[in-house]
Write a new protein. Structure first.
Length: 350
């Protein structure tokens, strides 16, 4: 709660517009109500106006200050159709298909963000990740100078000895099944940038493996070691204030006593606040274990490397989780140009 309270406090100074495609989902409506009540900006719900208002009445929730848009009746619908047709022309998409696609809430919401009709996108409470990610990757694309779109889970655990006063950034937990050396390095840099913005402190990035500094020899270990070196090189070239070390086992990354025995010279070991996993299986499993076994507050997946801020939340999220993710996405949008230089300068397809 300490972490998300600080995010809310910062966003209240620069309110943003967040679009929620799942406007008829009760948890999303409750999160939107809180988003407005906390003065974080304007929540935008997509869906049939009558159904959303009926849901609000059944939940005894006011829709005052919440913007409701039915894509089919939106003044922007034709412009969004034309933009989508242009973006997907090489894939053989014509107007009829483009109109059908733009009726889908996730596609319409992605286009809203791409066309600056909203500052950020939050979806996923009732749909599989593919249904959320596909429109984003078709419409928003990766940010300039980025080659990899990935995701980050932010977890706050009760024990403040871990991470940064209990806050840790875990990646990639939702997008790339088997990242290459180059992708792992970019995931590390993107996650560290986000941690720096959210925490205001120096990121300490641990590149995780089942080996610590060559204690095991395996191709997977070599891939993490190579990604560590590449990420360190990029951080130096871009003058990024962060520490990156690897390959490290997770106990060496998080426990000072173990780090002192295994890698006493490391500036990261025993103090890591950013954990980069070698593959999606490890990241997804670990993030869910920490969330449920350690009773941590989990916020994500925050998408990294895209040209606009967006998040794909878990179908198990409650209204508080959705609110927290929306606040993080809103805060991201304030300094998105610093996270991804040149992002948002041109519309996709221009």
């Amino acid at each position: 709660m300490r972490f998300i309270a600080s995010v809310i406090d910062k966003l209240q100074r620069h309110p943003k517009r967040i679009v929620f495609p799942e406007g008829t989902e009760p948890r999303v409506l409750l999160a939107a109500r809180q988003f407005h009540s906390l003065r974080l900006g304007v929540p935008i719900l997509l869906g049939d106006r009558g159904k959303i208002k009926a849901l609000a009445e059944s939940l005894n929730v006011s829709v005052e200050g919440i913007r409701i848009i039915d894509p089919e009746r939106s003044d922007d619908f034709d412009a969004y159709v034309a933009r989508y047709e242009r973006l997907r022309r090489l894939k053989g998409v014509e107007e009829t298909e483009a109109r059908s696609v733009m009726l889908k809430p996730n596609h319409f919401a992605a286009m809203m963000v791409a066309m600056h009709g909203a500052d950020g996108f939050v979806s996923g409470t009732s749909e599989a990740s593919g249904s959320v990610l596909r429109p984003l990757f078709q419409i928003i694309k990766v940010a300039p100078k980025s080659t990899t779109a990935s995701s980050c889970m932010i977890i706050e655990v009760p024990d403040s000895r871990f991470g940064e006063e209990g806050v840790m950034f875990l990646a990639d937990c939702g997008v790339i099944p088997e990242p290459t050396v180059e992708q792992l390095a970019e995931i590390a840099i993107s996650t560290a940038r986000l941690a720096r913005q959210m925490l205001g402190t120096r990121p300490r990035v641990a590149m995780l493996s089942f080996s610590t500094k060559g204690s095991s020899r395996h191709g997977a270990v070599g891939r993490v070691a190579a990604a560590t070196a590449l990420a360190q090189q990029r951080a130096r070239e871009e003058l990024l204030e962060m520490d990156i070390d690897g390959e490290l086992q997770v106990d060496a990354a998080l426990i000072p006593e173990i780090a002192a025995r295994k890698v006493p010279e490391s500036r990261v070991a025993g103090r890591a606040n950013v954990l980069i996993f070698p593959d999606l299986g490890a990241g997804n499993i670990a993030s869910k274990m920490v969330q449920h076994i350690a009773r941590g507050n989990a916020y994500g997946q925050i998408l990294l490397g895209l040209d606009r801020p967006a998040a794909d939340v878990s179908r198990g999220s409650n209204a508080h989780d959705i609110l927290g993710v929306a606040a993080i996405v809103g805060l991201q949008s304030i300094e998105y140009a610093n996270l991804y230089p040149e992002a948002g300068q041109a519309l996709p397809g221009d």
